[in-house]
Design a binder for this molecule. Structure first.
Ligand SMILES: [Zn+2]
Length: 305
């Protein structure tokens, strides 16, 4: 049975040992019934050790971890669940050094676990397009903090050398999306918007030229940041998405200190995943991430590449 918990204490009580962790994960992964991770058959036999299963069609044996992000890891599932708790309940995320200390693994292992979990967050991140009223804006990561609003655009290099461009969209009543991208040219920016925001939605942006033409598919409102205007008619502004950028920077600077561009997407996925579940109780967030454990596993080699 799937356990419910409201605190780390509850989690440890509900999942006191490895078998309980396996049972919990099994209940979530097979919530619609058991299936073979190799051929998809639902003819599955269960061994009395409560850990081994066998497919009635392809005859392969497997554990519940096969085909998930937990596959091939010698880390106890109980530790994974604790790591998920910590990752999802700390608003600003968690450093690998802290996780290593708290669940008693090496820092290298903790780093690997966090990256695998971020990968899991990705698979569930970009499901439905945003609609309603959406604020769109960009930010630069890795650059100097003086780059704000109107003066942050410096022509073709867009934010300067060594800075990563992140483009974001916030549905005022719901989710945020943040994408690590290469440039702020109109074609690129509007391509991202088209992919993530339902046509016909209302979009709030500043007056950057890359947004010109959005009104063909959207109800487009702008504020003129370069003229010192930040809110028009009480509701036309991009303060919401800018608040998300402030949160992102506190997380990157405060917790991780530095994020290499190579890994930026995963940190963005982690941050937006947590943000999009901000109204969910901590235990709900944990089970929600566990449910995303399905899928192609990410190897250490891929991460280190
Ligand atoms: Zn099979």
């Amino acid at each position: 049975m799937q356990a419910e918990f409201k605190s780390l204490f509850d989690l440890l009580k509900a999942i006191p040992d490895e078998q309980a962790a396996i049972d919990h994960f099994t209940a979530i992964r097979w919530r619609n019934g058991a299936f073979c991770p190799f051929c998809g058959s639902v003819k599955v036999y269960h061994f009395s050790d409560k850990r081994t299963h066998k497919c009635g069609d392809c005859k392969k044996r497997f554990s519940i971890k096969v085909g998930t992000i937990f596959e091939d890891s010698k880390i106890a599932l109980q530790k994974w669940l604790m790591a998920i708790w910590m990752l999802t309940s700390h608003k600003k995320g968690i450093a690998s050094t802290t996780l290593a200390r708290d669940i008693d693994v090496t820092q290298k292992t903790a780093w690997f676990m966090l990256h695998r979990l971020r990968h899991a967050a990705v698979t569930g991140s970009f499901n439905e397009p945003l609609d309603g009223t959406v604020e769109a804006d960009e930010t630069f990561v890795g650059g100097k903090e003086k780059n704000k609003h109107a003066n942050k655009r410096v022509g073709g290099t867009q934010g300067g050398k060594g800075k990563a461009v992140v483009f974001g969209m916030l549905d005022r009543d719901g989710d945020v999306r943040a994408i690590h991208t290469t440039n702020l040219k109109a074609k690129n920016v509007q391509g991202i918007i088209g992919e993530h925001v339902k046509p016909g939605s209302t979009i709030m942006t500043d007056e950057h030229v890359s947004f010109t033409g959005l009104s063909r598919s959207y109800v487009h409102h702008t504020v003129n940041h370069s003229a010192g205007e930040y809110v028009r008619d009480y509701c036309i502004h991009t303060n919401g998405i800018e608040g998300v950028w402030a949160l992102l920077k506190r997380q990157i600077i405060g917790i991780h200190h530095f994020v290499s561009p190579k890994h930026l997407s995963r940190y963005l996925d982690e941050m937006t995943w947590r943000f999009n579940r901000r109204d969910m109780p901590d235990g709900g967030r944990v089970n929600s991430l566990i449910a995303f454990a399905e899928g192609r596993r990410l190897t250490y080699r891929e991460l280190a590449a």
